[in-house]
Design a protein. Structure first.
Length: 368
């Protein structure tokens, strides 16, 4: 027991909890489940949730030996490729939900969630996304499941409808303040419909997944094309600035008058979740997207490699509200240089849907 206490007290991933942030693992596979890796992450690093996406499952099916026998059996069935995928994925998601269930219970439904994404091929189809979300929610049948839908225009409408059905949702592929505001306002509308219809306010949980590394990657290319000293000085700053400003919008919305009535009725705010937090540029701090955005009522979902880096040399401190004025100046400077961050976000969202759809198609092809 003493050894555990020492280990926990010196692990910055554990220390982050003191500042009100939850750390989730951005990975899911049978290898993690069957070889005890996920259990160790939960016990030793304080991991309290798991996110998945088509690319994660595609990698898991390709690399983990624990799917091969079942895949061979599924190939002999008349199931569609998508049904074969769900036959493999749903039990993994259920097992992960069960592993995190004690956290969900201890936190009274505030934490301990697992995300499962609807098919990215439905990103432009509102009703099909709603139908898929309702079906997957029923198939997994766990209270700590988050259905993952994209923040596309049609996805936002589907998200509102799912929330109005009492379904907990992780809204993904948010790349701008504009995307975030659309998602947050849809949550409030959907939640009001749910509780006005007699729904249990505590049943619904939601997170808004704001992507980081891809923002810097694209903006940095544009800054380098401009090439001025002012432009080059802004490299590696756009994503963190966007998220710090997003957090300010979160506080204004969910701790302000717009949410006050729902809050009084027992509804949960929609927490910001920092995603795509592995640093892609080797010249940047390798835990840049973790240690810059620690603070209350937030989640950071972290890939295995970045988790290890932060465990090794990360620093736990309250940072999401530091240097807010600098973040505002950086954001304005980008606009003055002709970089429209709303346009950047829209371009990245289109690319993000395409990348997930390609990963999903590749995944399905492997099940033929």
């Amino acid at each position: 027991m003493q050894r555990d206490e020492i280990m926990h007290s010196t692990n910055p991933l554990i220390e982050i909890k003191r500042f009100g942030q939850s750390i989730w693992l951005d990975n899911l596979s049978r290898t993690l489940l069957r070889e005890g890796g996920l259990k160790r992450f939960i016990e030793e690093d304080g991991i309290s949730g798991v996110t998945s996406n088509p690319a994660i499952f595609q990698k898991a099916f390709a690399e983990s030996p624990y799917y091969k026998e079942e895949v061979a059996q599924l190939r002999q069935t008349s199931l569609t490729l998508e049904q074969r995928f769900e036959t493999l994925a749903v039990p993994d998601v259920q097992a992960t939900c069960d592993l995190l269930r004690p956290i969900w219970e201890q936190t009274h439904g505030a934490d301990g969630y697992v995300s499962l994404e609807v098919s990215p091929t439905l990103a432009a189809q509102e009703q099909a996304t709603v139908d898929a979300g309702l079906r997957l929610h029923g198939d997994v049948n766990r209270p700590n499941l988050l259905i993952k839908v994209p923040a596309t225009p049609q996805g936002v409408l589907a998200f509102e409808a799912l929330t109005a059905h009492g379904i907990s949702v992780n809204v993904t592929l948010i790349f701008s303040l504009h995307h975030y505001m659309q998602v947050a306002e849809a949550y409030i509308r959907g939640l009001k419909r749910w509780v006005d219809g007699g729904g249990d306010p505590q049943q619904v949980k939601s997170v808004a997944s704001v992507f980081l590394s891809r923002v810097d990657t694209l903006v940095d290319k544009r800054l380098e094309a401009i090439g001025s000293p002012e432009a080059l000085a802004l490299r590696g700053k756009s994503a963190v600035a966007m998220c710090k400003l997003t957090y300010q919008r979160y506080k204004e919305l969910f701790h302000g008058p717009l949410f006050a009535e729902l809050k009084a009725r027992g509804c949960r705010p929609q927490n910001p979740l920092w995603a795509s937090t592995g640093t892609k540029n080797a010249n940047y701090n390798d835990v840049l997207y973790v240690d810059s955005l620690i603070g209350p009522e937030t989640v950071n979902t972290i890939p295995d490699a970045t988790l290890g880096l932060f465990r090794d040399h990360g620093k736990a401190a309250s940072t999401v509200e530091t240097d807010i004025q600098q973040a505002q100046r950086d954001y304005l400077a980008l606009e003055h240089l002709g970089i429209n961050m709303r346009d950047v976000g829209d371009e990245l969202q289109v690319d993000g849907v395409k990348l997930f759809a390609e990963a999903f198609e590749k995944l399905l092809a492997s099940l033929k």
